[in-house]
Structures are given as structure tokens and as C-alpha cells.
Design a protein around this ligand. Sequence first.
Ligand code: PLP
Length: 465
Amino acid sequence: MVEAGPAPRPALCGAELEVPLVTGGQRPYVNLDYAASTPAMVAVARAVERFLPYYSSVHRGAGFKSQVATAAYEGARERLLQFFGARDGDVAIFTRNTTDAVNLLAAALPAGSSVVTFASEHHADLLPWRREGLKVTCLPVPGSPEEAVAALAGALAETAPADLFAVTGASNVTGELWPLEQLVRVAHGFGTRVLVDAAQIAPHLPLDIAALGADYLAASGHKMYAPFGAGILIGLPDWLGRLEPFLRGGGAVDFVTTDSVRWSELPARQEAGSPNVIGAVAMAVAADELQRYGMDRVWDEESAMAGALRAGLAAIPGVSVYAMWPRATERTGVISFNLEGWQHSLVAAVLSAEYGIGVRHGCFCAHPLMLHLLSVPDSGAEEIRARLAQGDRSAVPGAVRASIGLGTSRSDVAYFLGAVAELARRGPQIHYELDPSSGDHVPALLPEWARARAAELVSVASPGY
Ligand SMILES: Cc1ncc(COP(=O)(O)O)c(C=O)c1O
């Protein structure tokens, strides 16, 4: 009997895309922006296409299509509970994204709750706690994973009882993995629940919420190869079940009169309005494909590539790579850097316009962490605020971020490193202008043919309505 070999790497939409270069011609696009949004898997796009004829109302429709759509939607919920290793009794609520999921949990915290977090979090896990009725302790960016664990223990000993500790699985700026197991152990020792913001780890490493012992997990479909507008919050049902619906409306109620309402139980209670069935199905198919390929394989392959990317960048003269914990070794393939003498916005613009490489620049929705990594003093923050008030975004400091995923090849990494090295050596080939209102650099003299080609590509890519 012939043994089946390991599953092939999931194919991604747009993998063959060619983009125009301002220096002439075009070349295959090198996408190094997975930390922001991943491309859709081909299997996800196909599944969505297959499902579309059956797309219909869920839960209340009596027709055949509604029954199929309801089964697909509820099946997707079950599938994602399983993918993330949820416990019996955990609830999964479909949201729009991680931001929506964290906001939902923040609203569900009992009044007067206290929340502990670190200043290094993404804004999505930093700002939802700043609301009336919650007490927030925001710990400074720790100097090492061990310091993070000690700082949490110290803070919980002082603030006890804290109701929730919220932490990311991996930094969206530096890729460093947070010591989740130890943090959960410490938090639970004080009776504090833990939310893991899994936006940056869900598609990159094996994750088992039950084994980890975390109480809640939030993730986004568009960061796990299913960009159809769904996210998820998984975890303990009690707070979420006591919260009056975060959104009020149809779907979240069992019975309404003009002066009374009987809210539904979970999960419907927190999913008012017509749900994003397509997004949920897409996310579940992506989870299937990731699992078929093997999350251990994803992690092994991506960490090897991330190591090469990191070492290669660090070896380029003039490049500074940022890290909270320079000695820590466990990192996802997210790396932020600056090139001496060139603004981050210019480096990103040149990589795109002259090399066809897509990266991100700025503060990556983690302003306090970036200010820390760039050693910006409080007076610098004042100056930035003043310039922003005048409509000048160019004062906001930042870095360039390259991030990898399933579609990244060794040759992409080599090409990117060559481009950064060449840019460090000889600078841009054309002139770029800074647009203060966006803080972006744009090619000053985009050749006419490149402008026409870009317009053509945009019209091909847009559905035209
Ligand atoms: C660590 C982390 N948390 C939360 C988010 C927010 O995700 P979304 O924009 O999908 O809500 C991001 C997005 O970059 C992230 O990197």
C-alpha cells in the first residue's frame, strides 16, 4: 500500500501576482505583510464559492438553503472550538475581528472589575479596557520574559483580586512570544482570568487553549488566511452570558413586547443581527487546511525562515532590528527595523516602488511599545501630539516591519535582504516626496506608464461598482 505523503503547503490567492516597478517592467510581488493581513487560501476561496449558492438566512429560515447555511455556520463554530482546543462548556462567539472580540469581553466584565495588562500590547488589547467601570493597571514593557512573569506576580499581589489579565501571544512588532504558560499559572494563582490575544499566533503555531489553561482567546480570520470579515472570541460563558447583548437587536432575543425583552442564551445572545456566515465558514476551512498541513510544521518552517530573515537583516550595515528581549529566541516571523539615515516611510515606499516588496511601516497600532523601543522621551511624545494637532503625521516615529507566512519562500527572504542591502548602499533610485498628511513617502515622478499600469491593475482588481 502506498502511504500518503504529508499534505502540501496550502496554496494562496494572488501568489503569482506581478506588480509594476517605477524603475521599469514588473516582477512577482513579494508579500512581507502577513502580520497585518494574510492572503486568502485558495481552498478557502473555493469553499466560499461552493457555499455561495447555499448562502441564506441562518437559524430562523425554514427553507432548505437556510438549513444548509445554519448547519454550515454552526459547524464552523464547532470546528473552530476544536481547532483552538476549547474545553467542554467554552463558548465561541463570532465577531468581526480580534478588536471586536476584545471589546465584547471588556463590556462583559462585571462592573468594577480590574484588568492588568502590559504597555506593549496592540491597541486592540490596550484600549478596550479603558472604559468606565473598569480599573486598569498597565505594566511597563518588561525587559525579559522572566521579568514579565515577575511583574505580573507583583502587580497581582498588589491589586488582588484582579479579574482579568490580558496578553498577546506574540508581539505584532517584534514577534517575541510571551511566556503564556507561566503567565497563566501566575494569574490563576491569584484567581485572575487570562485573555490571550491570539491574532499573531493563531495561524503560526499550535494553540490549545485547554492545555494552556487560558480562559479566553481572540483571533481574526483575515490574519489566518480567511479574509471574509469574521473573528472569534472563545472562552468561559458566565460573564458573556450575564452581559445584556453588546449589540441589541434581532437574533439576540427570544421574545419581545413593547415593554419587555427576553434575551437569548449564548452564543446567539452576543451575535445580534444577521451573522457573517461566509466569514465563519471561511475561517473554519482555513483552520481545516492549517490543521491538515500541521501547525507544528508551520511553526518549524516559519521559525527557520524567520531566523534567516532576522540574521540577514542584522548583518546589513546601518540596520537596527528592534527587540524587547534581545536574548529571547522564541519569535514568530515578524521583524521591525530601521535603516540609518532613511525614514521608515521612505524605506517602505522604495521597497514597494523599486522592488515590488510589500511591507508595513509606522507604529503598527502599538504606540506605547514603539515609543519604548525607539527610546522616545515624554517630551518627544508631547511634540508628536502638537505636530499631529497641526495635521502633520510625519512626526510620528516608527519602523519598517517585515512579516512572513505560508506563502513566503527562501528566495523571497533572500530577495528582500538583497533589496535592503542595496538600498542601504546606494539609496533610492528616484525621488520620493513626503506627504505630511499621511506620513507616507510617494514616488515624486511616477512614470506615466507606471501610473497607467497601476490604474489598470486597480480596475482589474476592483469589481467596478
Ligand atoms: C496582536 C494583535 N492584536 C490585535 C490585533 C487587531 O486585529 P484586528 O485588526 O483583526 O481586529 C492585531 C492586528 O494587527 C494584532 O497584531
